[in-house]
Write a protein that binds this ligand. Structure first.
Ligand SMILES: [Zn+2]
Length: 62
């Protein structure tokens, strides 16, 4: 595996762990964006879980 990535702005290969392109100064999006999606997905799953749990509870009570 290469430890380099291509800058989407100037197509220069830069080290994979660098956050900013040293040629054009392009800032790579941080992992926060990815974890945000995970948080949203987890939140939706939690809501679905609670809803199904509530459904089960209601069916038991009736
Ligand atoms: Zn660049």
């Amino acid at each position: 595996m290469k430890k380099k990535k291509e800058c989407p702005n100037c197509a220069t290969e830069i080290p994979k762990d660098s956050k900013v392109c040293y040629i054009c100064g392009y800032e790579f999006p941080q992992r926060e964006a990815k974890s945000k999606i995970f948080w949203i997905a987890g939140f939706i799953l939690l809501i679905l879980f609670v809803l199904s749990l509530a459904r089960i509870l209601f069916s038991i009570l009736r």
